[in-house]
Each structure stands twice: as structure tokens, then as C-alpha cells.
Design a protein around this ligand. Structure first.
Ligand code: C2E
Ligand code: CA
Ligand code: CA
Ligand code: CA
Length: 276
């Protein structure tokens, strides 16, 4: 601000100052939260769309803030990304999710979200190797979810990391498919195992809307034609599920089946499934 001369002071309007203050507080709280064990993972099942069997669970971050109560990732992940805090936080997520999933029956997969900043850090592969080793979980049970943004940063470096990860035996899913710019070519170029069809496509689905259905059909068919597993996100109604199933979508996830739940509920759900 100093070298910016007089004009720069325009930026220090009270509102902006407040905003920066709030961000600093959030960042400070976030860093403390990891040490204070205020973060938790909730798990949302994804199911085989045809049979209804549970295929696995996606780990979703939750922050139990002592004053603010439960804070959702949308409120802190962007700042964690910008400040680099996502790297240690993401390491905690990887270790915690693998350790939890190692207790589940061996057919249950664990899906873990990775952010672009984690991909840029040199630590990603060693951290995953460490999480695999300390949990003892079989690598093929792990699905790492990445968005197109990850690849846009530096495709060659990212390609190399994706190749190393697949070498380890973990699976890679393209998250939020259909929301980006050049999703179709990305799908062909990068070695994804699975495609998660974004909620925005599923939202529109109802028998009254032929166009939405055609769009969903095109997306599913394209993914299937490339040999990818498909998961539809954000399924909230039976009607949406029926349409997706008819269009050949392999897996489904959403409030229609279950909201994300604490680890203790997952254990209970899996026990109940086994009893059947
Ligand atoms: P995402 O990976 O696309 O996760 C799906 C989001 O949709 C989750 O929101 C989930 O709770 C919500 N959802 C699931 N089913 C339904 C449904 O039927 N209807 C509606 N309306 N929503 C549904 P959540 O948990 O708030 O997470 C938001 C985003 O934060 C995630 O989007 C992901 O990008 C990010 N995130 C969450 N956990 C992590 C993490 O551990 N690491 C990283 N890097 N990002 C994370
Ligand atoms: Ca995801
Ligand atoms: Ca998603
Ligand atoms: Ca998303």
C-alpha cells in the first residue's frame, strides 16, 4: 500500500478492512481448529443405481466451530485453498478417511476430494503412500475426486501425478462433470476411472422435461462409451433415480438415499446391511 501512493488508500475503505479482518480471523481459527480437533468427516453413500447396494462413501469435511456451530466446506475451503492451509488439512482428511474406511467391509470404497492446491504440492503422492501404509487399506478401495480445475493449472505436471497415483492402484474420479469448459476432451485425455455427473444436470431431471433428460443421456452415454463408471450426484427424488437408471447411469448419490453422516452412523448402516 505504501508504494502505491495516495490512490492506494482507496482500497482501505472500512468495509474492505472488515472483510480482511474477518478473513484473518477465519484463517487463524481454521489453523487452530486442526490442532483442536474441531474438524470431522461426514460420509455420504453412493449406491449401485440398479441394485441399490452401497458401493462406498464420499468423505465430506465438517468444522465444528466452538462459537459458530457447524461450518460447511463452502465457507472455509476457498480460504484454505488460497492460504495453502488445504495442504495440511487435506493430509488430515486423507489419513482420517483411510483409517476410518479400513474398518469397513472390504467391498466399501472411500471417495476423497482433492483440491488443486494439494495437486500442486510435492507432498501429495508421499502423503497418499503414507495414508495407505498407516491404514493398511487396499488401494483399489480409494477413489480420489478431482475437478477439471486441477487439470487446467498445469496439465503435464498433473498428468504425471495422476499417473503416479494410478500406479499406486488408487482410482481417480472426475468430479462435477459437465460444469467445466472442455469436459469432453478432458475425459478422453486423462486417465479417469469414474465420472461424477454434476448435480446441476440431475436437478433438472423430471419426466416433464425431455430436454434435460436428453442432456443427461448424452453425458452418461459419452462417459460409458469411454469405459468410465458413472455416478450421478445430488439425486433427490425417485423420479430422477428412475430416469438415470434407464439412461444407463451406474451409480447414484444424493439426499434421496442419505445425507452425509458421521462415521458412527456409517458403521451402524454397514452392520445393518451385513445382517440382511
Ligand atoms: P462435492 O465434492 O461436489 O460434494 C457434494 C456436495 O453436495 C456436498 O456438499 C454434499 O453434502 C452435497 N449433496 C449431496 N447430495 C445432495 C443432494 O441430494 N442435494 C443437494 N442439494 N446437495 C447434496 P458439502 O459437503 O457442503 O461440500 C461442498 C464441497 O466442498 C464439495 O463438493 C467439495 O468440493 C468440497 N469439499 C468437501 N469436503 C472436502 C475435502 O475433504 N477436501 C476438499 N478439497 N474439498 C472438500
Ligand atoms: Ca466430490
Ligand atoms: Ca461433485
Ligand atoms: Ca461440487
Amino acid at each position: 500500500a505504501k508504494s502505491g501512493g495516495r490512490g492506494a488508500f482507496r482500497f482501505f475503505e472500512p468495509q474492505l478492512d472488515e472483510l480482511m479482518h474477518a478473513r484473518r480471523n477465519l484463517e487463524r481459527d481454521m489453523r487452530a481448529a486442526l490442532a483442536e480437533r474441531q474438524f470431522a468427516l461426514h460420509y455420504q453413500p453412493f449406491l449401485n443405481a440398479a441394485t441399490g447396494e452401497t458401493c462406498g462413501f464420499e468423505a465430506l469435511l465438517r468444522w465444528h466451530h466452538p462459537q459458530r456451530g457447524m461450518v460447511l466446506p463452502g465457507e472455509f475451503i476457498p480460504l484454505a485453498e488460497e492460504t495453502g492451509f488445504i495442504v495440511p488439512l487435506g493430509e488430515w482428511v486423507l489419513r482420517t478417511a483411510c483409517a476410518e474406511a479400513a474398518k469397513w467391509p472390504a467391498h466399501a470404497k472411500i471417495a476423497i476430494n482433492l483440491s488443486p492446491a494439494q495437486f500442486r504440492s510435492e507432498e501429495l503422492v508421499p502423503v497418499i503412500v503414507g495414508a495407505l501404509a498407516s491404514s493398511g487399506i487396499a488401494p483399489h478401495r480409494i477413489e480420489l475426486e478431482v475437478t477439471e480445475t486441477v487439470i487446467m493449472h498445469d496439465s503435464e505436471a498433473v498428468f504425471a501425478v495422476l499417473a503416479q497415483l494410478r500406479e499406486l492402484g488408487v482410482r481417480i474420479a472426475l468430479d462435477d462433470f459437465g460444469t467445466g469448459y472442455s469436459s469432453l476432451s478432458f475425459l478422453q485425455r486423462f486417465p479417469f476411472d469414474k465420472v461424477k455427473i454434476d448435480r446441476s444436470f440431475v436437478d433438472e431431471l423430471s419426466s416433464a422435461r425431455a430436454e434435460a433428460r436428453h442432456l443427461a443421456r448424452a453425458v452418461v452415454r459419452f462417459a460409458v462409451s469411454l469405459g468410465k463408471t458413472t455416478t450421478a450426484e445430488g439425486v433427490e427424488t425417485k423420479e430422477q433415480l428412475d430416469i438415470l437408471r434407464e439412461e444407463g447411469c451406474g451409480e447414484a448419490q444424493g439426499y434421496y438415499f442419505s445425507r452425509p453422516m458421521p462415521a458412527s452412523d456409517v458403521a451402524r448402516m454397514l452392520r445393518r446391511d451385513e445382517a440382511i
